[in-house]
Design a protein around this ligand. Structure first.
Ligand code: NAD
Length: 358
């Protein structure tokens, strides 16, 4: 029987609560599809600081590089909001992405019909929304040198090489082949030199994918398109800073941060995590929405373990749970009955094992 090793990094706040449900569903999918997933927990974020004085303890760093894939909850704790260096929980996450060489961040955004009311966008504009943001994660302004601040000036550098652009562009074109075969590349080529290189390189890579349609958009127009015509976007490819902003804008379409999964893939094992943070305001109460973490386990099966059928089973079970009216409090209308984190996880795992079809 095929065996995989998954390093589980529950992290802080609601991280452990939602991750437990993601693991439950992962195990159900493995059971249904006849393979084994061995999981082991490691500390990260504030939990890492408490355990080893480091947001990414050496034991965690060693374990993730040996794993087939990494499942993460969330990091961040109010008591460490002002901490510096490796005692800052969020520094653990940046170090982890770098360690894993995770240069492509994938964020699928879909709007379930039963949840259109939860979105601030007009329901008719949400029909058919099914997009994937592919964000470059290890380059651009967040890492470019020189950077610094002195007296009354400060500098950051947006720098990309052809190879950095090319590798993330290929992730986007490959993904488009399994979808509607349309890539929207976002830049600011009318102003930025880096964007000129980005546009030329993406256009050249597109030559290897004649079956995929490519369009280029300026980032300002892309920001409008995402709320005005979100259903017109299939795969949106962009650099680090633009992707950071546009992916949070796209998250608003769904109505709850608790629903959204992400995958960060590259040279090493993939890192899979919900988009939300540690939500200290609701931590420890068993009310967090586990669906973002569960859908991240689905991405882990698809992109981390290459088990697309098991991933489909998880995606179907999530849709089916929502269709059955199961709602955590972030999704419920006033007066609507709610379920807790654990109950929703158990119900989704049961639906996976039943092999529901939608
Ligand atoms: P957050 O995502 O933790 O919470 C924002 C709001 O959304 C809160 O009201 C929260 O209750 C709600 N929410 C988030 N996830 C939910 C879920 N699964 N179910 C129901 N409601 C949910 O963002 P924040 O409050 O800005 O940040 C809190 C901490 O998390 C900070 O320390 C921040 O640095 C950290 N953070 C971590 C990550 C990560 O680990 N990837 C991402 C964002 C923020």
């Amino acid at each position: 029987m095929t065996r995989y090793r998954v390093a589980v990094l529950p992290g802080d706040g609601i991280g452990p609560e939602v991750t437990a449900e993601a693991v439950r569903v992962l195990q159900a999918a493995a059971e249904l599809h006849g393979f084994t997933v061995e999981t082991a927990d490691y500390a990260v974020g504030a939990a890492g600081v408490a355990e080893a004085g480091d947001a990414l303890p050496p034991a965690t760093a060693a374990a993730v590089t040996q794993a087939d894939a990494v499942l993460l909850g969330a990091v961040g704790h109010p008591s460490l909001a002002a901490a510096e260096g490796r005692r800052r929980p969020e520094a653990g996450l940046l170090a982890l992405r770098k360690l894993l060489g995770a240069y492509a961040n994938l964020r699928p955004v879909t709007v379930h019909p039963a949840l259109r009311h939860a979105s601030p966008i007009r329901p008719d504009r949400l029909e058919g929304v099914d997009l994937l943001i592919v964000r470059e994660l290890l380059g651009g302004l967040y890492y470019g040198q020189p950077r610094g601040r002195e007296a009354d000036t400060a500098v950051n550098t947006m720098r990309y090489s052809v190879s950095e652009i090319e590798r993330v562009a290929r992730v986007a074109f490959e993904a488009a082949r399994g979808r509607r075969r349309h890539v929207t590349s976002v830049d600011k080529a009318n102003v930025l030199e880096v964007s000129g290189l980005w546009r030329d390189t993406v256009a050249r890579v597109a030559g290897d994918y004649p079956d995929v349609r490519l369009e280029h958009l300026y980032v300002d127009y892309a920001a409008m398109r995402l709320v005005a015509q979100p259903a017109a976007v299939d795969v949106l490819l962009t650099e680090n800073l633009f992707g950071d902003i546009l992916s949070d804008e796209a998250a608003v379409l769904t109505g709850s941060l608790g629903l959204l999964p992400s995958a960060s893939i590259g040279d090493g094992p993939g890192l899979f995590e919900p988009v939300h943070g540690s939500a200290p305001d609701i931590a420890g109460r068993g009310v967090a929405n586990p669906l973002g973490a569960i859908a991240s386990a689905g991405l882990l099966l698809r992109h981390g373990l290459n088990q697309p059928e098991a991933a489909d089973a998880v995606d179907r079970a999530v849709v089916s749970a929502l269709e059955a009216g199961l709602r955590t409090q972030d999704l419920a209308r006033p007066g609507e009955a709610t379920v807790g984190t654990r109950e929703l996880g158990e119900r989704v795992a049961a639906l996976v094992l039943q092999g529901v079809s939608v």
